[in-house]
Design a protein around this ligand. Structure first.
Ligand code: FE
Ligand code: FE
Length: 306
């Protein structure tokens, strides 16, 4: 007997054969991101900015090798699993001091470079000399992600250190245990918003779309042609720059008027969600002109002090 499956049933089959969650690998993640940013910087009018982001990612690689934070205790992890809560919540997890060690490593690396404007060295010096309590307050404010950060010049450095810390934790997590059972708009590991999504080209995830966490870099499966902000399946459209790379589009939603970028590894195997998002600001301008708002921010976007 032949049966015809509807899309929901096909999605159900997907759940059994395709990993729902992909853990980050900090030993490769930041080096790969730095290389991608350097390559994009060489061919882009935003080169200076992307070069700065590449230096941050390279420093994150050093920092990731230097810290080994401990996961929450097994009872806390079991409780999170039981209640369907992220086990490493960006808001609420008792952060270890390791993230501040990562920050000092990053600002130390950046301060050594003479390639950047003096404002960069000034922010590095300020963060190097800041009291732990002040840094903790900055981190808490940043992780609240409410768009009210009063210190945007320091934000990418603090965000970069928090990424190193959270990705180190997520890498140690048994991620399969936290795979979402329903489509999730936020990271199943840490509860943060995704920076963008990527359609994979390598087995076993080939052809499947994953959201990439802006904080811990965990990736989680989400069906294609579905608004990643509000879940709508109607009114989803794909926009790209005419004559631009085939690997980059924006997935916009007529319902909530928001968008996120979607990258296609089949068109460019080097594509990296955070790096390529930063390097495709022309697409953000196009979407802003069309009246769409970004669904969430890129943590490495640096706003120099006014
Ligand atoms: Fe996360
Ligand atoms: Fe939407």
């Amino acid at each position: 007997m032949q049966r015809i499956l509807d899309p929901a049933q096909i999605e159900g089959l997907t759940a059994r054969s395709v990993p729902r969650l992909l853990a980050p690998d900090p030993a490769r993640l930041y080096a790969r991101r730095a290389a991608r940013l350097r390559a994009l910087a060489a061919q882009d009018s935003l080169g200076g900015y992307l070069g700065f982001a590449a230096a941050i990612a390279a420093a994150q690689h050093e920092a990731a090798a230097a810290i080994a934070p401990a996961l929450p205790d097994p009872a806390a992890l079991a409780r999170a699993r039981e209640h369907g809560m992220p086990p490493l919540p960006a808001q609420g997890l008792a952060r270890g001091a390791e993230w501040r060690a990562a920050l000092q490593c990053i600002v130390g690396e950046l301060a050594r470079s003479t390639a950047f404007p003096p404002a960069v060295a000034a922010v590095c010096a300020r963060l190097r000399d800041a009291a732990p309590a002040a840094l903790e307050a900055m981190a808490t404010r940043l992780l609240a992600a409410d768009g009210t950060d009063p210190d945007p010049a320091a934000a990418p450095f603090v965000a970069a250190a928090l990424q190193v810390y959270w990705s180190a934790l997520a890498a140690r997590l048994d991620v399969a245990a936290f795979a979402p059972t329903a489509p999730s708009a936020t990271c199943p590991a840490c509860g943060s918003a995704p920076v963008a999504s990527i359609v994979k080209s390598a087995a076993p995830s080939s052809g499947y779309r994953y959201l990439h966490c802006a904080l811990c870099a965990t990736e989680w499966h989400r069906v294609r042609v579905e608004c990643t902000a509000c879940g709508a399946t109607q009114g989803v459209a794909y926009q790209s720059i005419e004559g631009g790379p085939a690997a980059i589009r924006a997935e916009s939603c007529d319902g909530c008027r928001r968008y996120r970028k979607i990258f296609y590894a089949e068109h460019d195997p080097e594509v990296e969600p955070l790096a390529d998002d930063l390097a495709s600001i022309a697409l953000d301008l196009l979407l802003a002109d069309a009246g769409f708002a970004r669904a969430s921010a890129n943590p490495l976007l640096w706003q120099p002090p006014g």
